[in-house]
Design a protein around this ligand. Structure first.
Ligand code: GLN
Length: 188
């Protein structure tokens, strides 16, 4: 069984842990550098990307995480895809540049910052729509030519894949549909 690490410094890592198990994988909560050697892939959960960055530096995990992302599969959801992006705006902050996407944080605005919508997958994700939960979500403003767009909302990419990595601006761990986590597991 493939073992998926879930970065567990902050955010909704427990929901990802349950979602990985629902999708048929084994989950390990990752809080120390040595654990990167024990996992086949990593999920960076939703939460607050600026807080996660502070904790990554505080725990000396920035370099091991960047190294892991150069070699192995990483799936970032919401704050996680903000950390994987090439550039981040609103406000600008450091990121791993592991995926060729530019993101704008909190891009749906403060008044109407969270919503649940039905999304039609675009590529080999099955024909059924899936529910996408957006919570103070970023918008992917640019996706490079080598980024595959698996789903869009209002024309903007919300589920993307590039090489080893995947990114979602919504929270697939908060619904019972296992397709998104299953796709990540299949990459390991
Ligand atoms: N607004 C958060 C950020 O900028 C992301 C929100 C989330 O992960 N649900 O990091």
């Amino acid at each position: 069984m493939k073992k998926v690490g879930i970065l567990a410094l902050q955010g909704d890592f427990a929901a990802h842990e349950a979602a990985v198990v629902r999708a048929g994988g084994a989950a390990l909560l990752v809080r120390a550098a040595r654990q990167f050697g024990e996992i086949d892939g990593l999920i960076i959960p939703g939460g607050e990307s600026s807080t996660m960055l502070r904790l990554l530096h505080y725990d000396n995990l920035m370099q091991p995480l960047a190294q892991f992302a150069r070699e192995k599969q990483v799936f970032g959801t919401c704050a996680g895809v903000i950390l994987l992006a090439k550039t981040v705006t609103s406000p600008a902050q450091e990121s791993l540049a592991a995926m060729d996407v530019d993101v704008e944080r909190n891009a749906y605005g403060r008044q109407n910052e969270s919503r649940i919508v039905a999304i039609e997958p675009e590529a080999d994700m099955g024909a059924d729509k899936f529910e996408a939960v957006f919570i103070r979500a970023p918008i992917i403003r640019r996706a490079g030519a080598s980024v595959k767009i698996l789903a869009r909302y209002n024309g903007d990419p919300v589920l993307v894949e590039q090489g080893l990595h995947m990114g979602a601006t919504f929270h697939p761990e908060l619904t019972t549909d296992t397709r998104v986590h299953a796709r990540f597991l299949a990459k390991l």
